[in-house]
Design a protein around this ligand. Structure first.
Ligand SMILES: NC(=O)c1ccc[n+]([C@@H]2O[C@H](COP(=O)([O-])OP(=O)(O)OC[C@H]3O[C@@H](n4cnc5c(N)ncnc54)[C@H](OP(=O)(O)O)[C@@H]3O)[C@@H](O)[C@H]2O)c1
Length: 221
């Protein structure tokens, strides 16, 4: 069972639809349990008759799951994780998709902020502590594309210092039709992947599209 903290937003909802279609049970988390339940009902409708999607407050969602995906704006990520920290089960895999866009401080969505820990994902790891293993993933998946019906023509670069977290994130990526998971090495490489996502936003703007993504070549996989 996968908890998606901030799953009421477009990115979390898009991931939830894809995973629910793949047969995963998903709990949409929100600061407001009622909002989570409403979003879960909409996601279940889009995902199809057999989908298992529930809604709950973020704390309840985290308590129920061994895999937690974080899809909240950078401005709220650290405070939310501090609040959730006592609720994580020991050994939880936390998958962070946060991009530290400059919009968090009124800047442009085509720039990333400098994060003291190096990246939003490393900040997440610092906040949640050693009982939770963090992987950074899914930054390159456009919510617009996830919400559609077509396969997602994109690679997902997964960065982690923990083998199990990397494996769990990679398996979830591979459950989205068209997506290939790429081992991106250590969690510190999330700072590069997060910055590349700001470039994707530039590409979307300049080419007047919503679904720019990455494909890595030459890996022999
Ligand atoms: N959108 C994309 O295409 C895309 C692609 C790749 C990565 N991302 C990253 O994924 C994350 C989510 O993106 P999004 O577009 O879905 O964002 P969003 O709509 O702005 O926020 C997602 C959810 O986060 C919760 N939230 C908002 N502010 C919060 C705060 N201060 N503290 C705690 N929770 C808060 C809200 O849920 P409740 O009010 O229900 O709690 C909201 O529905 C971002 O970090 C973004 O950079 C997005």
């Amino acid at each position: 069972m996968i908890a998606i903290v901030g799953g009421t937003g477009p990115e979390g909802s898009g991931l939830a639809i894809r995973w629910a279609r793949a047969g995963e049970s998903v709990i949409i988390g929100s600061r407001d349990a009622e909002r989570a339940r409403a979003a879960a009902a909409q996601i279940a409708e889009k995902a199809g008759a057999l989908a298992s999607v529930e809604g709950a407050g973020n704390v309840t969602a985290v308590k129920m799951c061994d895999v937690v995906v974080v899809t909240v704006p950078f401005a709220g990520q650290a405070d939310l994780l501090k609040e959730l920290k006592p609720s994580f089960r020991t050994g939880t895999v936390l998958i962070d998709a946060t991009v530290p866009l400059a919009t968090a401080v009124g800047g442009r969505p085509t720039r990333v902020l400098g994060v003291w820990q190096g990246s939003a994902a490393e900040q997440a790891q610092e906040v949640v502590g050693k009982n939770v293993a963090v992987a950074a993933a899914f930054h390159s998946l456009s919510s617009t594309v996830l919400a559609g019906e077509d396969d997602v023509d994109c690679d997902v670069i997964v960065c982690s210092d923990d083998d199990r977290a990397r494996q769990v994130a990679s398996e979830l990526a591979a459950k989205i039709p068209g997506v290939r998971a790429i081992d991106g090495g250590k969690l510190e490489n999330a700072r590069i992947v997060e910055a590349m996502t700001a470039l994707l936003i530039t590409l979307n703007i300049r080419h007047k599209v919503h679904g720019a993504g990455w494909r890595v070549t030459g890996l022999g996989i």
